[in-house]
Design a protein around this ligand. Structure first.
Ligand code: FES
Length: 122
């Protein structure tokens, strides 16, 4: 069963869609379940000024993308780099054990985006 926070993100997902003026786009695909997530980041003044996502995947991957975009908006790149899948799962008040990798999908997309940035932006 999903937590109230997961259900809230499913009923009202935040920051869905492409960011037209994204600075960078991160992509992650889970090779086992096939779910994939794109994370769009707009950077300004050394911080993540805006974030959005698109996903083809299971309900928890939607919730994870939604929660992640809320978590990272306003963060420095250094702070964003330190986030873990457990942080996303925690923000969702937990996930069923067989769905914990959905948080990893969101974090992998974040890491993909950050890996594309030049070192002086990190
Ligand atoms: Fe694989 Fe959700 S079941 S990301």
């Amino acid at each position: 069963m999903y937590s109230a926070k997961v259900l809230n993100h499913l009923e009202n997902p935040r920051n869905v869609g492409q960011l037209a003026d994204a600075t960078v786009v991160g992509t992650a695909t889970n090779p086992v379940c096939g779910d994939s997530l794109h994370l769009y980041l707009k950077l300004a003044d050394g911080r993540i000024a805006a974030a959005s996502f698109t996903v083809q995947g299971c309900p928890p991957s939607i919730a994870a993308g939604s929660a992640l975009t809320e978590m990272i908006t306003g963060l420095t790149m250094e702070a964003a780099r330190k986030l873990t899948p457990e942080d996303v799962t925690h923000a969702l008040a937990g996930l069923p054990r067989n769905k914990e990798h959905c948080s990893l999908l969101a974090i992998d997309a974040l890491r993909s985006a950050l890996a594309q940035l030049p070192k002086d932006m990190l």
